[in-house]
Write a protein that binds this ligand. Structure first.
Ligand SMILES: Cc1cc2nc3c(=O)[nH]c(=O)nc-3n(C[C@H](O)[C@H](O)[C@H](O)COP(=O)(O)OP(=O)(O)OC[C@H]3O[C@@H](n4cnc5c(N)ncnc54)[C@H](O)[C@@H]3O)c2cc1C
Length: 371
């Protein structure tokens, strides 16, 4: 599609700027339209359905700039590096290093930032609501006064939805408000895990450790077998960003109204039943060969403060411009934003860009990033 219907091969703009300059054959720039609109113009319904059915993630409202290919896909097999201690050990280690680096470094958990006010002397008062975390669930402690802290400079590493709700003047400037509410949008996603005494799915005649299907499960992963005695095996039947309202309906039937900040729920009978029906089709195994799970949880990202699992760029915006202005939203304030939502370099579902946005702020603190 890009070869035939855009000027990607003939334009002379530098590679790194192509995303924002290439036009379709009607003369409309990619960044001004959604991928959906591009598909409707140049692809048959059948081709579009094929893409929808086979794509791992689905949101088509995203800016067409996100899909621009400037070079052919690599034929080389990617080497995969994994974190043997688990992905979570990266932020844990970073935090440990930060705390060890100076006695003045500190972390205060369970402080929900609600407002920032600039004082006459140029410093900032930060207002926090105290929260409590029990069994992994965080809630506000009612009737407790706000905690006030004073700062010379502030770095906001909070999610897009949280920025939208934060009471600070700098975020209410019209162009910044527009970037927060319109330039990117939150995408809800969910996954769930089922635990079994044995990995029945590996008996499938079409077994694969990863499958994409045109079902509301979308992506299915074999999550492996533990070394514990007796062993347990984990299946991740669903990883999805397209059918969250459907899974929500099922969770709500099981757990009641879930319109709060909880994002992990136990899996009920209805979810297991519908999942088994789809797994039977995906693995081509009779339903009777699928044993009941011994445990299951479903997790999804939609509620405050996350708003979504990640953000997508919407049509109409040149990402580096938005990123630059969001990094320091107010020219006259030492308040910075370091969150993946507005990262121009890679999509916000890649955590490496969350680290790159930190580097954008370092020069404001007289620091140079390591090459
Ligand atoms: C389902 C899912 C799968 C993913 N898979 C991958 C993957 O395979 N590989 C990969 O590289 N990346 C993946 N990511 C993306 C990665 O997790 C994010 O890009 C990264 O965590 C973003 O970092 P961040 O610092 O911008 O935001 P976050 O990690 O979301 O941190 C923001 C923090 O701010 C806190 N907060 C929000 N509001 C307030 C407030 N008002 N006061 C106080 N604290 C507040 C939040 O509680 C949170 O701890 C995935 C994300 C999801 C949801």
């Amino acid at each position: 599609m890009f070869q035939n219907y855009t000027d990607v091969l003939t334009t002379t703009v530098p590679e790194d700027a192509k995303q924002f300059y290439i036009k379709d054959v009607d003369g409309l720039e990619m960044y001004k339209q959604s991928i959906n609109s591009l598909y409707h113009k140049f692809l048959s319904s059948e081709a579009q359905n094929y893409i929808r059915d086979t794509a791992s993630f689905l949101d088509l409202g995203v800016s067409a700039s996100a899909e621009v290919m400037t070079s052919p896909p690599s034929q080389e097999e990617d080497e995969v590096s994994t974190v043997t201690t688990g992905f979570g050990s990266i932020p844990e280690k970073l935090l440990e290093t930060f705390l060890r680096a100076s006695r003045r470094h500190n972390i205060k958990l369970n402080h929900h930032l609600k407002a920032i006010k600039k004082m006459r002397n140029g410093n900032y008062n930060l207002y926090f609501e105290p929260t409590i975390t029990r069994n992994g669930r965080t809630s506000i402690i009612k009737n407790k006064p706000f905690i006030k802290k004073c700062a010379k400079k502030v770095i906001l590493a909070v999610n897009r939805l949280s920025l939208e709700n934060l009471n600070w003047k700098g975020l209410y400037q019209p162009h910044i408000r527009e970037y927060i509410t319109k330039a990117v949008k939150d995408v809800s996603a969910g996954k769930f895990f089922l635990a079994y005494n044995f990995p029945w799915w590996r008996r499938s005649p079409v077994y694969s450790n990863y499958a994409i299907s045109d079902t509301p499960l979308k992506q299915t992963y074999d999550f492996g077998t533990s070394k514990a005695n007796p062993t347990k095996s984990i299946l991740l039947p669903m990883y999805n960003d397209g059918d969250i309202p459907y899974w929500n309906e099922l969770i709500e039937r099981e757990h009641g109204n879930i319109n709060n900040s909880d994002n992990v729920f136990s899996v009920g009978k209805e979810i297991v039943k519908v999942t088994e029906r789809y797994l039977s089709a995906i693995y081509r195994l009779p339903l009777k060969d699928i044993p009941p799970p011994i445990n299951g949880i479903i997790s999804y990202w939609q509620n405050y403060p996350y708003g979504g699992a990640w953000q997508l760029w919407m049509p109409g915006y040149i990402w580096p411009d938005v990123e630059r202005q969001m990094t320091k939203p107010s020219k006259k304030d030492d308040v910075f934003v370091a969150v993946n939502a507005f990262s121009s370099r890679s999509l916000s579902y890649e955590s490496n860009s969350a680290l790159q946005v930190v580097e954008l702020i370092m020069p404001y603190f007289g620091l140079k990033s390591k090459e």
